[in-house]
Design a protein around this ligand. Structure first.
Ligand code: E4P
Length: 296
């Protein structure tokens, strides 16, 4: 059972429903799950198919993704399951929204993931206006989180998540956990309509520090949640301090949340790189001649 003093919701980051089943049995609960194109490409069934030299057609890969999230949704009916749209540098807001609407209809508890890019924010603004739940992914800065706040103003609580990717900042020598602390601090001046979902978690220390900071949600890979479960689902002790191990600090900036989202500087190299990686991993699943029709 979930520890009663743990307010943070715990999501699994993965594309294999077998992991979801195993964790529910180990932990006694899961509050939700996040998926993305790379994680779907790592699904054992998808990998086995590719190893046989068989790729998916455009329709087949969407059916496959739909089946995976439908199974996960059935395992966590009271939670949230994030499903990510295909988005490369050329994908328009229009196309993202069209995909998002389709994915949203797959399961009753979906959050649609849009990238925290200009087109992604445009799509999210419209999606939220139409009542959809969204998870803004590939967020790497406080400014991007401010833009998410502004683009989704008026949303109800629970409708909008922002996913700062801490591990990928750590990978390039910056202290990703600072971004979580900074966004949570900035959002204290707001109305609480955006929830912070700590993503790209690489260690139990990331996990425990995110709990300590009061992240609304954490998504973590199977191995980390398994280790946490096997240790008895510990909460960070009062004297817990996070060791950033020499990573460069990311300082807090005073940012006014009242601006239009278009007025924030949302560019981040890692958002562009992340979109590129996700689209490459997704395209690698599809027969080349079928790709053109796969992203409409
Ligand atoms: C979750 O929503 C993200 O897609 C995920 O945490 C990314 O993690 P990674 O940086 O390990 O790929």
């Amino acid at each position: 059972m979930k520890p009663t003093n743990l307010k943070t919701r715990i999501f699994l980051d993965g594309g294999d429903p077998e992991e979801t089943r195993k964790l529910i049995s180990l932990l006694g609960f899961l509050d939700g799950q996040t998926t993305n194109p790379t994680l779907i490409a790592k699904n054992p069934e998808a990998r086995a198919r590719l190893q046989k030299g068989e790729k998916f057609s455009a329709g087949e890969i969407l059916d496959f993704y739909r089946n995976v999230v439908t199974t996960i949704s059935g395992l966590i009916p009271g939670g949230s399951v994030s499903v990510e749209v295909y988005a490369d540098a050329a994908t328009t807001a229009e196309t993202m929204l069209r995909q998002g609407k389709e994915m949203y209809s797959w399961i009753p508890n979906a959050h649609v993931k849009f990238p925290t890019s200009r087109e992604g924010l445009k799509a999210a603004e419209r999606a939220v206006g139409e009542g959809m739940r969204v998870n803004m992914t590939l967020c790497f800065s406080q400014e991007q989180a401010a833009a998410v706040y502004a683009a989704t103003r008026g949303a109800r609580k629970g409708q909008v998540y922002v996913s700062p990717f801490i591990g990928r900042l750590d990978d390039r020598g910056e202290n990703g956990m600072d971004v979580i602390a900074n966004i949570l601090r900035m959002y204290r001046d707001g109305d609480g309509h955006v929830e912070v979902l700590t993503a790209s978690v690489r260690s139990l220390d990331h996990f425990l520090y995110a709990v300590k900071l009061g992240s609304d949600i954490i998504t973590a890979p199977y191995e980390i949640l398994k280790a946490w479960g096997e240790q008895g689902m510990p909460a960070p002790v009062t004297e817990f301090t996070y060791d950033a191990k020499g990573l460069r600090p990311i300082p807090y900036r005073a940012i006014d949340l009242a601006k239009k989202w278009q007025d924030y500087d949302i560019r981040h190299e890692l958002t562009d790189k992340g979109m590129e990686r996700f689209s490459l991993d997704w395209n690698a699943l599809i027969e080349p001649e079928k790709r053109k029709t796969a992203h409409g």
